[in-house]
Write a protein that binds this ligand. Structure first.
Ligand code: ADP
Ligand code: ZN
Length: 224
């Protein structure tokens, strides 16, 4: 069975949380270009230094760099059984480059109303060490009930004990830039994949404990 999936959706919609839980349940890696770039920035590599400024401002890293990084990642052994891509592709040229190297089975298009997205992003916390995600927002309106995802010990990662912090680009003014970049550069991918008949529209109504099993079921139906 090949399971090659893309998770599409605006920043803060929960893609990373869903992908990081669904991947292990399906036995496939969760590949996040944002995580890869954050690790490069943290390590102070040449690539990290090249992308840091653009990431801090909420803009997109150039297609050339991202495509190169992604191709290298897909070439690794663990990606042979399949993968969930989170945060890639983000532009039509990236989607075309992906089509050039492999064929995607399904694209999960995850979306939420913008006011909820902004509230969730500003309440997001991430582990400095392993990238695990937490959220202090408590949302209950418009038929959407998302309880907070708190660490067991305040400010510390459940998985590795690392320090939790707020990404600089999760602060409100940068969030607006990222949503704008999503609308302009990434949302055309919705029609791109709808036209290929591999798009699955998904509107979360609850937290990951309830949503992840539904997502895993949908993906199982769409693997080939
Ligand atoms: P989000 O929480 O917005 O989904 P990510 O963690 O996926 O954020 O990405 C963080 C930043 O990394 C982006 O704002 C962008 O600067 C850069 N980035 C990640 N993936 C891509 C990509 N596919 N194309 C261009 N830039 C990317
Ligand atoms: Zn951690």
């Amino acid at each position: 069975m090949t399971m090659q999936f893309v998770f599409l959706g605006p920043p803060g919609v929960g893609k990373g949380t869903y992908a990081s839980r669904a991947g292990p349940q399906l036995g496939i890696p969760h590949i996040s270009t944002g995580d890869i770039f954050r690790a490069e920035v943290k390590s102070g590599s040449e690539l990290g230094n090249r992308v840091k400024g653009i990431m801090d401002s909420g803009g997109l890293v150039s297609d050339k760099i991202v495509i190169e990084v992604l191709k290298k990642r897909l070439g690794q052994e663990d990606a042979r059984k399949g993968f969930i891509l989170d945060g890639f592709p983000r532009t039509i040229p990236q989607a075309e480059a992906l089509d050039g190297v492999t064929s995607i089975n399904a694209v999960m298009n995850i979306d939420l109303p913008e006011d909820i997205i902004v509230e969730k992003i500003s309440a997001r916390r991430i582990c400095r060490n392993c990238g695990d995600l937490y959220n202090v927002a408590d949302i209950n309106r418009n038929g959407i009930r998302m309880p907070p995802m708190l660490p067991k010990v305040e400010g510390k990662c459940d998985k590795c004990g690392g320090e939790l912090y707020q990404r600089d680009d999760d602060k409100v003014d940068v969030v607006k830039e990222r949503l704008e970049a999503y609308r302009k550069q990434t949302s055309p991918l919705i029609d791109y994949y709808r036209d290929k008949r591999i798009l699955i529209d998904f509107r979360p109504t609850a937290g990951p404990d309830e949503m992840v099993p539904k997502i895993v079921e949908l993906l199982k139906q769409h693997g080939l």
